[in-house]
Design a protein around this ligand. Sequence first.
Ligand code: AMP
Ligand code: GLY
Length: 424
Amino acid sequence: MKILLIGSGGREHALAWKINQSPLCKQLICAPGNAGICEIADCVNIKADDVGGLVKFALREAVNFVVVGPEVPLALGLVDELITQGIAVFGPTEAAAMLESSKAFTKDFCTRHDIPTAKYDVFTNVSDAKAYLDVMDAPYVIKADGLAAGKGVVIAETRAEAETELDEFFSGKFGGAGDCVLIEEFMTGHEISFFALADGISVLPLIAAQDHKRAFDGDKGPNTGGMGAYSPVPGFNDEKKIMDEILIPTVRGMAAEGTPFTGVFFAGLMMTKDGPKLIEYNVRFGDPECQVLMRRLESDLLDMMIKAAKGKLAQVDLVTWSPNAVVNVVVAADGYPGTYVKGETIKGVEAANLMEGVQVFHAGTTRDKDGALLSAGGRVLNITAVGMTVVQAVERAYTAIDEAIDWPGGYVRRDIAKMAIKGK
Ligand code: AMP
Ligand code: GLY
C-alpha cells in the first residue's frame, strides 16, 4: 500500500519508523516531514493544515491510506474531505474531533454520558464567569474552549488572579479560542496519559505513558508540549476502570449522537482518590508519548490503523508490547517554549543511534544545502532509549545526549522518569 502520513514532529517520525516496519507498507510518503522522516520516507512539502493541497496530492498520487498525526488538520475536516474522495484514513472526522477542539463540547458530553470529570461551567461573558467564582474554591482552573496549542489553561491561586485572567481570556488572549471560557473544579491526584484505538463502535486499549509538561527540572517553569515521557508507568493498574467508566461510554456516546469516533483517543486523566477522572481528550497521539509507545509496540500498527478505519478493530485480538522500559528525553532549543533561535548546527545523531538501545526521533530539524543538520523548531530531537529497567533506559538516553549529541544551543530536563525510578 501507498501510505501518506501527515505531520512533522517527533510523533510523526516515530509513526513513520513504525509504519515502515509493516509488511503492508510498500511506500511511505510524509507531508511535510522533517530531516529525520525524510531519511525513511518520501517527503512532500505540503503543510499539515493545507487540507485542499493534501487531498489533491492524495488523489493525484493514488494514495491508499492516510494517517493524520496532529490535531489541526483533524479539526479542519481533513478526514471528512478524504472520505468524500473515497480515500481511507485513520483519524476522526471534524465532528468527532470536537472532543479535542472544544473543551465545552467534551465537558457537556461527559455530563450527558455520566463520564467522571471535574465539576465545571461554561461562559460566554466575563460577568457571569466572575460570578461563578463565588461557588468555587481556589485554586481556580480557567480554560479557553478552543485549540490553543496546549496553552489555553490557567490555574489561578487566588480570586484576584482568577478575575484578572478572566478579563484577559475575554479580551482575546487566545483569539477565537477564548470566546467561550470554562471554569473547573481543581482536581488533585497524579496525572497520566492513556491511549486507545477506536473504530466508531468499539475501543481497543493501548497503554499508559507519563509526560513531563513543564520546561524545567522538578516540574518548574512554563508548560511545554512535553519535555519527555516514559512507559510503562510503574504501579499503573487502572486500565479496566478507565475503559469501563470513560472510554467505552465515550465511544458509545459518540456513536449514539451520530458522530462515531475513529482514530486514537489520548485521554489526559487525573487519578484522584475517587478513581480516574477525565481532564481532557486529545484525538491524536501525544508527543512525546507516541515515541515511547512506538518503541514498545510489537504488533503491526498500520494493520491496526487500517482495521480501525474499516470498523473492524474487533478483529485485532491481542496487542503485544515489549515488557522493557522506554524513556524519551526531548532536546529543545534554549528559550523554548518562549523565543529561541533556529538554524543552529546539530551533530552526533548518527553516533547516538549506534549506541545500545538508543533511537533518535527528529522533531524540528531540517538540512542545509550541504546536508548538515540544523535546528528548525522549539522541540528538536527526541532521544529514546530502551532498557531492561527504567534505570537502564534513563542512563542510556542521557549517555547518548552527553556523549554523542553535539548542540550547544539545546537543553534537556535532567529528571525524566525520576518518579518511575523512585517507584511512584
Ligand atoms: P488540559 O489542556 O485541559 O489538559 O490542561 C492542562 C493541564 O492543566 C493539565 O495537564 C493539568 O495539569 C492541569 N489541569 C487541567 N484541568 C485541571 C483540573 N480540573 N484540575 C487540576 N488540574 C487541571
Ligand atoms: N504531550 C502532550 C500532547 O501531545 O499534547
